[in-house]
Design a protein around this ligand. Structure first.
Ligand SMILES: [Fe+2]
Length: 190
């Protein structure tokens, strides 16, 4: 099967929106037969949309590790540990989305190549060092992912796929919490 998703140029650090106007879409979605009684058309649509959220989620996880490895300064140990804690939670979200795709009869497309061609998140800058810089960048990423997940909940509700909507709702709750944990570092009054 030829890969239908086109490779695209690396994203700039300051796009107008975390969502691109036209997200890359799968030209065809292979669906395995299953006794799951959700209509095949709904499953096919859910698989395609969930693969897009999967790409965002895998991208977010890599950004958490990037922050975990590279943060420096007086807040190093707190942020180093926090970013790894978020990474572990996001890894679970990746698994939830990927396995939901497979439960629906789809193929979870989680390779680096697929993610690079599909993630709607902005690339994480490679040269950040201070805690404040990483807090700003990772909170941007968490907020952008949180937005795409909220959109995903609506999409799954429209498809009447309550299970996928529930999974994305769980993830949304978690991401909102992690955004709070990170943003709290910026919110202290001087
Ligand atoms: Fe580590």
């Amino acid at each position: 099967m030829t890969r239908p998703t086109p490779r695209r140029p690396r994203r700039s650090a300051s796009p107008p929106s975390p969502m691109k106007a036209t997200e890359p879409r799968l030209a065809e979605t292979r669906v395995y037969p299953t006794k799951n009684d959700l209509p095949e058309a709904s499953r096919r649509q859910a698989i395609m949309l969930l693969n897009q959220r999967l790409a965002d989620c895998i991208d977010l996880q890599s950004q958490c590790k990037q922050a975990h490895w590279n943060v420096k300064g007086p807040t190093f140990i707190a942020l180093h540990k926090l970013f790894d804690e978020i990474n572990e939670a996001v890894e679970e979200y990746v698994d939830l989305i990927a396995e939901r795709i497979v439960q629906l009869g789809g193929i979870a497309e989680g390779t680096v190549g697929a993610v690079e061609g599909r993630s709607t998140l902005v690339d994480y800058p490679l040269t950040l060092s201070t805690g404040a810089e990483h807090v700003a960048a990772l909170s941007d990423a968490l907020a952008a992912f949180g937005r795409t997940v909220r959109i995903g909940i609506e999409e799954m509700n429209e498809l009447e796929d309550a299970g996928s909507a529930d999974i994305l709702t769980e993830i949304s709750r978690g991401v909102d919490k992690w955004l709070w944990f990170v943003e709290a570092h910026q919110q202290a009054q001087a």
